[in-house]
Design a protein around this ligand. Structure first.
Ligand SMILES: [Zn+2]
Ligand SMILES: [Zn+2]
Length: 284
């Protein structure tokens, strides 16, 4: 079985350097931030930086690349100023992805901060409609990530992801990413074959596999249903190796990128370790 496995990779030193890092540790796919994820401001992407990145990527076997948006962006922010800033920042990130030829921009739906989940969902969809209308010919898809439901974050029930999709005009612009840590913390079990199948069947029934274009593979430091988002190394958390075994051997998801977002140092040794653990779970 083919494994499309990779890790979130730093762009420190320039976007192109992320490809070097990912290649060095044997990634077949990767995720990057296209800018500093803790700042609103984005450094400009020069023609040279884009060219270098594209050449390196073409020479590598990494495909696809996924971008993760800035943690500051909240597409259902309560304060009007933050909402419009978030929309502008997301637009800018979509433009960066388009320049770099990145097919997916992954994002968390957002935190409603007391507006209520229903209104939060409506505002996220309005934000996406606004953003998609401004970028009519873009190839990059917006990728909704399932969340742990920490605080007032929405997107922790498959039904909420479905509601967002239903309210977005241009559904061809949408894809979905399942984060194993997040759904587990949100209460979706993966630890037995029966529970794994139940969770994935539910996702398919409510959201649909046709939207599913990525997995984030993270074990969870917190228990099932805790609604606390803390990533752990594969096999060291509450999901455990068994939960990942079902996913790693599921033929339906063979072609879907699986990205690690577990804690790591600059040399990414932890990613090598986690990829090895996952690789060993694959039945040959
Ligand atoms: Zn995320
Ligand atoms: Zn994630």
């Amino acid at each position: 079985m083919k494994i499309l496995l990779g890790a979130h990779t730093s762009i420190s030193g320039g976007v192109a350097s992320s490809v070097d890092r990912a290649v060095k540790i044997g990634c077949k796919t990767m995720q990057i931030f296209t800018k500093n994820n803790n700042q609103w401001k984005a450094f400009p992407l020069t023609e040279e930086a884009v060219r270098n990145y594209k050449i390196k990527l073409r020479l590598s076997k990494i495909n696809p690349v996924i971008a993760h948006d800035s943690y500051l962006i909240n597409l259902c922010a309560k304060e009007k100023a933050i909402l419009s800033r978030s929309r502008e920042a997301f637009l800018d990130e979509l433009k960066r992805c388009e320049l770099l030829g990145i097919p997916y921009l992954n994002f968390h739906p957002g935190a409603h901060r007391g507006q209520g989940e229903k209104d939060g969902i409506k505002i996220v969809a309005e934000s996406l409609n606004f953003i998609h209308e401004k970028t009519p010919n873009f190839k990059v898809k917006s990728m909704i990530e399932t969340t742990a439901g920490q605080g007032t974050n929405i997107g922790y029930r498959f039904e909420q992801i479905r509601e967002i999709i239903d309210l977005v005009e241009d559904k061809k612009r949408l894809t979905v990413c399942i984060d194993t840590c997040h759904i587990f913390a949100a209460g979706y079990d993966l630890r037995t074959e029966k529970m794994y199948n139940k969770t994935l069947d539910e996702f398919n029934k409510i959201v649909g596999f046709k939207f599913l274009k990525a997995f984030h593979l993270n074990d969870s430091k917190k228990e099932l249903g805790s609604r606390v988002d803390r990533h752990e190394h594969i096999g060291k958390g509450f999901i455990g190796k068994r939960g990942f075994k079902f996913l790693m051997n599921d033929k339906r998801f063979e072609d879907i990128p699986k990205i690690l977002e577990t804690p790591k140092g600059p040399d990414m040794l932890e990613d090598i370790m986690n990829m090895r653990v996952l690789g060993r779970l694959v039945k040959t």
